[in-house]
Design a protein around this ligand. Structure first.
Ligand code: NAD
Length: 494
């Protein structure tokens, strides 16, 4: 089948020192549309030497360039121009994102708008980047605490929200004056490279942001271990996150990690069940379930479990799965054959472990691409693999619970701790869940809402550190204490 895609396959280069670069050893790799099975991008296949060049460029831009020394006002203007540029190029960026990730076009457009908002918000932080002063240390001392940019930041990102995730890191690092080397996922580099072009047009000086394209090993691994990198900011799987920590230990660089999740979505019997249905369905199938925040564990109070689950199944049947370029598609293609295999292996594990399949469980027949039916299992128990592991597909595991204590215990019975949702009309229950569930974000009577103002990150194996919100720039800042003695010396040591 021949597809006429809305844009031709892109042929891009890396960006190092403000210039386009091929890989120093030559060689390229292709990206393939997960929905259409055709090549959509061609990129240089970088090696560790390319990473070294990119880091040297970012190092020069930090150590001798102007970016760290510009005023907050100046940097804010540049970041705002990037926000505007993302909005003006929204449709092009969204199309590139769909072709490499398989996500629905309407969703991709929304992600571009959210990404622009992150650049806009980071601009406000650039003008509020200041320390403290201490005039209360006695007559002979005055002290101040300076915030300084931490240096060169290595950023490694995944394929599920390519432009959105780099926008959770890069503008905040730039706001405080850092420089960066970015390594996008090998499956989805297009929008990150396009973003770097927009950055240069917006006035980011050459060498401040560099991008290298290639595989996790060697490109990401070299970046994580590089002695001239000061901070590594990683979003991806918990497995690779652990290897990043090991790679980063050589120079004890600071590490921030945004990792996986197995997030509980808890429905109490006293909730507005009509209101909860749509967010539960959205929460699990959004982005084909390839979402760190996926509400993939549905915990329902036993007295309403059967009826609520029946309604979730009924609503799930209405979810449109198919060509992500169509305006009415809600669930597009899963990213790769390997990932499809992983999802289907969990469906098989669900059967084997004794869960009951209520819906789906199959790959959808299609001329091309790889699509999975919305899938619901009930009679799931907390020790089953489908209740414990991050499947990263459109698979919902329904677990019944008997009390608030029971719900909290099951919710916390996981290695992860990224996010959780709860539906209840009881204020006491809402506060108890908010306080007792160990996760970085708790949604009460809503699910997966996000705001630039609100910190995001995980407990336990879901991560280290926080992105977004007013503390986000702390990841990219050093704190320096300066003490001044005033007047004659008041005492001697000897
Ligand atoms: P992944 O860990 O396989 O890859 C992420 C990035 O790391 C890619 O750029 C990859 O090339 C690189 N990489 C792979 N091996 C590496 C190595 N040895 N050293 C350095 N870099 C290496 O993850 P993925 O499959 O791209 O993304 C899915 C995962 O990301 C899921 O677990 C999901 O939960 C997580 N995620 C988390 C968040 C969050 O904010 N918490 C957001 C999105 C995705």
């Amino acid at each position: 089948m021949v597809f006429h895609l809305p844009v031709d396959a892109v042929r891009e280069d890396m960006w190092i020192g403000g210039r386009r670069h091929e890989a120093c050893r030559g060689g390229r790799f292709e990206t393939i549309s997960p929905a259409h099975d055709v090549p959509v991008g061609s990129y240089p296949l970088a090696s560790a030497e390319d990473v070294d060049h990119a880091v040297a460029s970012a190092r020069r831009a930090f150590d001798t360039g102007i970016w760290p020394h510009l005023s907050g006002k100046h940097r804010a203007r540049v970041l705002q121009s990037v926000a505007d540029a993302i909005l003006s190029n929204r449709d092009e960026l969204a199309t590139l994102e769909v072709l490499e990730s398989g996500k629905p076009i309407t969703q991709a457009r929304g992600e571009m708008e959210t990404a622009a908002d992150l650049w806009d918000y980071a601009a406000t932080l650039a003008r509020h980047d200041y320390g403290d002063s201490y005039n209360n240390l006695g007559t002979s001392k005055l002290a101040f605490v300076l915030r300084e940019p931490a240096g060169v930041v290595g950023m490694i990102t995944p394929w599920n929200f390519p432009l959105l995730i780099i926008s959770q890191k890069l503008p905040f690092a730039l706001a405080v004056g850092c420089t960066a080397v970015v390594k996008p996922s090998e499956l989805t580099p297009a929008t990150t490279i396009r973003l770097v072009e927009l950055l240069h047009e917006a006035g980011v000086p050459e060498g401040v942001v560099n991008v290298v394209t290639g595989y996790g090993d060697p490109v990401g691994a070299r970046l994580a271990e590089h002695p001239a990198v000061d901070v590594i900011s990683f979003t991806g799987s918990t497995r690779v996150g652990k290897s990043i920590v090991a790679q980063a230990k050589g120079n004890l660089k600071r590490v921030s990690l945004e990792l996986g999740g197995k997030n509980p979505h808890i429905v109490f019997a006293d909730a507005d069940l009509d209101a909860a249905i749509d967010p539960v369905v959205f929460g699990v199938y959004f982005n084909m379930g390839e979402c760190c925040n996926s509400g993939s564990r549905l915990l329902v109070e036993r007295s309403v479990a059967e009826e609520f689950t029946r309604r979730v199944v009924e609503r799930s049947r209405a979810v449109r799965v198919g060509d992500p370029l169509k305006e009415d598609t809600k669930v597009g293609a899963v990213i790769s054959d390997a990932h499809l295999k992983k999802i289907m292996s969990y469906v098989a594990r669900g059967h084997d472990d004794g869960a009951r399949l209520l819906l789906g469980g199959n790959r959808l027949a299609s001329d091309c691409g790889r699509f999975v039916e919305p899938t619901v299992f009930d009679l799931v128990t907390p020790e089953m693999a489908i209740a414990r592991d991050e499947i990263f597909g459109p698979v919902l595991s329904v677990i019944a619970f008997d009390s608030l204590d029971d719900a909290v215990r099951i919710a916390n019975d996981t290695l992860y701790g990224l996010s959780a949702g709860a539906w209840t009309s009881n204020v006491e229950t809402a506060f108890q869940v908010s306080r007792r569930v160990r996760a970085g974000t708790i949604w009460i009577n809503c699910f997966m809402d996000g705001y630039a103002e609100l910190p995001f990150g995980g407990y336990r194996e879901s991560g280290l550190g926080r992105e977004l919100g007013r503390f986000s720039t702390d990841e990219f800042a050093e704190i320096k204490t300066v003490q001044l003695h005033l007047g004659p010396r008041t005492h001697t040591w000897l």
